[in-house]
Design a protein around this ligand. Structure first.
Ligand code: GLU
Length: 425
């Protein structure tokens, strides 16, 4: 493994990143000053206390948030994350990114996000359910199928969405499956939703690879983050013929130059084993450092973990030709400049990881119609939407001579600004 060096970056907050990205687009578009003020702030931010009776009988109180950044193009849309580092500021940045993501994807939603500052690994299943029901009750006045529609995000899943849908329906006195997406199919969830973020990421990478004349068959890929986006992305990338040489979770980065058995690793994770635990008993992989993973001479690097993972201090290590952002906000503006200098093709988060919210849109449509599609139809339509979005961003990048990220922002901010202007204040 080659020697690597990183420096601690000056910390940049997700909200600073989101505002810097927006301001750059607003400048380029010559956006009206008033409109700029409107779009720099969330329309609504709710902060709630979430009391939880632990199994031990003790009472703990957690902080929860739901932020609606903008709903000019449709109801708020975005996930709920459970993570100890969740803050109002972080959720606000993530909500803003959702506004641009739904606009780039061309689905009729605004942007929102929510979260609870909690480490779900510290909770029993019963505690997690009670926390979820209490949080849902607290934010019930500001969510709804026509108002704001939550979904899974970091550390939340179908099970959490099932509890949210049930709690909301109980409060309203009738089933309202369209209040959240990412539900189990038995409760009105869409087929294909669980893998949708990964499937959309593969669609975007296929489009990028085509422009670079890089066949996916045999291409080498490294992932960071092995949750919903990274786990499904790695599996589908392997199924598409690529060699997944590295993946990571919060406990370890694992590597095998001949390719990892991604399917088995996912099964182990589902059984509750961390990558560090699997690597300790499995000779088929080496444990490497995070810096070593970033520095791998792969064709494609897909950061699918948390915000600001790639920063000014480590961007110079990256040797991949394509950076496929499965996470939200994984790359700081400083790192973006380094990658642009090196000619790395960055597929920005608001395009690259839009597959999840696209199939969330399909789920919401199916719930409202009460008519469900087969998985083939979901996947075919997802591919169509991703290809259309990629083409619009690539055309903008070409026409304006800007990066794919800047182009995605131009497309998104223009669409949202048009909707705001048409509605009037
Ligand atoms: N949490 C996912 C995201 O960041 C999905 C959001 C949704 O489906 O509403 O895009």
């Amino acid at each position: 493994m080659q020697e690597t060096r990183t420096e601690e970056p000056a910390p940049v907050s997700p909200l600073e990143m989101a505002l810097a990205q927006f301001d750059a687009a607003a400048d380029r578009l010559g956006l009206d000053e008033g409109l700029r003020h409107l779009l720099r702030q969330p329309k609504r931010a709710v902060s709630v206390s979430v009391p939880l009776r632990l199994d031990s009988g003790a009472l703990r109180v957690f902080r929860g948030y739901r932020v609606l950044h903008n709903d000019a193009r449709g109801p708020g849309k975005g996930g709920i994350r459970y993570h100890p580092d969740v803050t109002l500021e972080e959720v606000t940045a993530l909500a803003m990114w959702m506004t641009w993501k739904t606009a780039v994807a061309g689905v009729p939603f605004g942007g929102a996000k929510g979260g609870v500052a909690v480490n779900p690994r510290d909770l029993s299943p019963g505690e997690l359910e009670r926390l979820t029901r209490r949080f849902t009750t607290a934010i019930a006045p500001v969510i709804g199928p026509e108002m704001d529609v939550p979904a899974p995000d970091v550390n939340t899943d179908q099970r959490v969405m099932a509890w949210m849908a049930d709690t909301y329906g109980t409060l309203r006195g009738r089933a309202a499956p369209g209040v959240v997406t990412g539900k189990p199919p038995a409760l009105g969830g869409s087929l294909g939703r669980a893998e949708a973020t990964g499937r959309g990421l593969v669609c975007a990478v296929e489009e990028a690879a085509r422009t670079l004349h890089l066949p996916l068959q045999g291409a080498t890929v490294a992932f960071t983050g092995f949750g919903n986006a990274g786990g499904s992305g790695a599996l589908l990338m392997a199924e598409a013929g690529a060699t997944v040489v590295a993946v990571s979770d919060s406990t370890a980065c694992v590597y095998n130059g001949r390719g990892l058995d991604v399917r088995r690793l996912r099964q182990e994770k589902r059984r509750g084993r961390s990558l560090a635990e699997v690597a300790a008993t499995d000779g088929g992989m080496d444990v490497i450092s995070h810096e070593e993973l970033l520095a791998l001479p792969v064709d494609i690097l897909a950061p699918c973990a948390l915000e600001a993972e790639i920063h000014g201090g480590n961007a110079g290590l990256i040797r991949a030709r394509v950076l496929a952002e499965g996470a939200n906000g994984p790359t700081t503006p400083e790192a973006d400049a380094v990658l642009a200098e090196r000619g790395t093709l960055v597929i920005p988060d608001i395009l690259c990881n839009a597959g999840g919210v696209v199939v969330s849109y399909f789920e919401w449509v199916q719930d409202r119609q009460g008519y469900f599609w087969d998985e083939g139809e979901v996947n075919a339509r997802l591919q169509q939407v991703m290809c259309r979005a990629y083409a619009a961003v690539a055309a903008e990048a070409e026409a304006q001579g800007v990066s794919m990220r800047e182009a995605a922002y131009l497309v998104a901010v223009r669409r949202v600004a048009e909707a705001v202007a048409l509605r009037g204040v």
